[in-house]
Every structure is written in C-alpha cells, then in structure tokens.
Write a protein that binds this ligand. Structure first.
Ligand code: ZN
Ligand code: ZN
Length: 145
C-alpha cells in the first residue's frame, strides 16, 4: 500500500500515512483560522491504524472544538507546526494537516464546513458540499473544529 509522509516546517516531527484518507474536509472555523494562521484548514482524516509517528516527540494541546468535543492537537516543539490531531468524537480517526504533505497533487477536500465563518472573498468549487457548521451526525468523518 502506498504511504505518504507529513512533516512539520523544520522536519523534526514526521508521520507516515498509509493508503488514502477516509475523508478530506476543509474548515473555515475561527479556531482553525487561529491555529493555522490561514483563513481555513484542510484535514485529511486517516484510520488510526494507518498513521505512524516516524520521527520526533510531539507536544500536545487540548481544547474543545467548535462543536463541543475535545480535540488534542499535536505540534512540533521546535518549529510550532501543527501536524496532526485526535478528535474525541472520531476516536478511530486521526486528522492530518493536508498541507504538511507538501504534495500539490493531494486529493481535494470533499466538503467544506463552518462556512458561516468563511472569508467573503473566498470562492470554492461549486461542486464541493458546503455546511454552515458541521454536517449532521453520521458514519462519515467530520472536521474536528
Ligand atoms: Zn518542526
Ligand atoms: Zn475548524
């Protein structure tokens, strides 16, 4: 099975992700804006068993998500990049910062969530499913924020 490496800005923290993500979700929420320093984040959700820490010793930061579930974010203590996170409401999945793969051919997100907080200048592909907050509970993965 194919594997991708996601790494932090300085390279001290690396994870290997096997196979394809279960779900890719773009999030406009205000906490994702603060966390990334960008105006949205993109989470690639992988099955927990498909993610392996291959280098480094991440620091953790826990907070409540915009939906009220706790999420632990793991980041590099040297450069500060947030590489992956563990959403309590999706305990079988790990969210990986899609940009950390630095792979321009990485698959596009299937959905965008918390679009009520979307910056007005930003236009997404019309075919992308959009939700004002998070989509209703269901078997598919949702963004942690
Ligand atoms: Zn780093
Ligand atoms: Zn978010």
């Amino acid at each position: 099975m194919s594997s991708r490496t996601a790494r932090c800005h300085c390279g001290q923290l690396q994870i290997a992700c096997t196979g394809e993500p279960t779900k890719i979700s773009l999030c406009h929420c205000l906490e994702c804006q603060r966390r990334t320093g960008s105006v949205f984040s993109i989470a690639a959700f992988y099955e927990r068993g498909n993610v392996t820490l291959t280098q480094g010793n991440p620091k953790g930061f826990q907070r409540q998500s915009a939906s009220g579930f706790s999420v632990v974010f793991h980041f590099c203590g040297n450069c500060g990049s947030n590489l992956f996170w563990e959403p309590a409401r999706l305990p079988h999945l790990i969210g990986v910062a899609a940009g950390a793969f630095a792979e321009p051919t990485f698959p596009a997100p299937q959905q965008s969530v918390w679009s009520k907080d979307k910056h007005a200048w930003l236009n997404l592909p019309p075919a992308m499913k959009t939700f004002d907050v998070n989509p209703p509970a269901g078997p598919v993965a949702r963004d942690p924020g």
